[in-house]
Write a protein that binds this ligand. Structure first.
Ligand code: UTP
Length: 295
């Protein structure tokens, strides 16, 4: 059992983003903005708010824009300074000075989420760590990553974030077979199943994009054969981990925005736009007018 503090995060971002083609042919899916901020920046900010110090982003071909986004841009900054756009300058420089260390590695082929996480083995170096997927933006008073880290302080065990989803959608997710509650938000788990058929799903509790894992996952990933879709599935490795040490499921009670599909992406853009100081008033007026027309 590992009792070290959790201070590292891995953000896999090497997928092909096929659900957003043609936009993602040359542009990383993780750089698609919600109003004016790329989705991956929300994830890095959640890590920072949770007290994570080191982040490894697993990238691949066509993903250079991610590294550029978190780097400085002297030409742009000089221009903003010269033209007196101090707010924009602060915003731009803030992305470089986030106060977390960012590291990058490449996954040569998009061989699955499990394979992407395996690339983080040396970075993680035997510590417990979190995995954060860019497809899910989470809103809650305490960031979900921090909630998992709080659980870890009590249990010193791997904990996977889950949420109840409509039954007809379970086959899109990894799903847990719960095995009794530990407390109001924590379950023991019998097993983890990746994308079960609707009639075979052990529950409606789906794995959402935050995981806290002990480093023993790497030995298991090394042995995990490609599963569903010919990809090395992280869910399969977690199910094996659960056979040798406790793995809990943490039920998220905040608001989840699934920005990994077109409709969720559009809905989230509207909701965030209705909260953004520059867009909220005009967007609200526009939506009310549009709603009248549609009804
Ligand atoms: P997704 O399945 O949501 O991402 O994987 P995708 O494959 O890019 O998108 P679609 O399904 O084709 O539209 C979840 C996360 O895992 C990463 C993705 O970048 C995404 O952030 N991932 C997935 C990898 O890093 N490597 C992989 O081999 C697969």
């Amino acid at each position: 059992m590992d009792t070290k503090r959790v201070r590292k995060a891995v953000i896999p971002a090497a997928g092909l983003g096929t659900r957003f083609l043609p936009a993602t042919k040359a542009l990383p899916k993780e750089m698609l903005p919600i109003v004016d901020k790329p989705t991956i920046q929300f994830i890095v900010e959640e890590a920072k708010k949770s007290g994570i110090e080191d982040i490894l982003i697993v990238t691949g071909k066509n993903k250079r824009a991610i590294e550029n986004h978190f780097d400085s841009n002297p030409e742009l900054e000089q221009d903003l300074e010269k033209t007196g756009k101090s707010e924009l300058l602060k915003l731009t420089q803030g992305i470089t000075d986030l106060g977390v260390n960012l590291y990058y590695t490449r996954q040569p082929h998009p061989a699955g989420l499990g394979d992407a996480i395996y690339r983080a083995k040396s970075f993680v170096a035997g510590e417990p760590f979190v995995v954060m997927l860019g497809d899910d933006l989470m809103d809650d008073k305490i960031p979900l990553t921090k909630q998992l880290m709080n659980d870890y302080e009590q249990t010193h065990a791997s904990t996977i974030a889950v949420m109840k989803v409509p039954h007809k959608e379970v086959s899109k997710y990894g799903v847990i077979a719960p095995d009794g509650k530990v407390n109001d938000s924590l379950y023991n788990v019998k097993n983890f199943v990746e994308k079960p058929a609707i009639d075979k799903a052990p529950s409606d509790l789906a794995i959402i994009g935050r995981y806290l894992l002990t480093p023993e996952i790497f030995d298991i990933l090394a042995e995990t054969k490609p599963g569903r879709g010919g990809e090395v599935q992280l869910t399969d490795a977690i199910d094996t981990l659960n056979k040798t040490q406790r793995v809990f499921a943490h039920v998220f009670k905040g608001k989840r925005h699934d920005v990994g599909n077109k409709e969720g992406y559009l809905e989230t853009s509207i909701e965030y736009g209705l909260n953004h100081p520059e867009t909220k008033d005009d967007l609200r007026k526009y939506i009310l007018k549009l709603a009248q027309k549609l009804s």
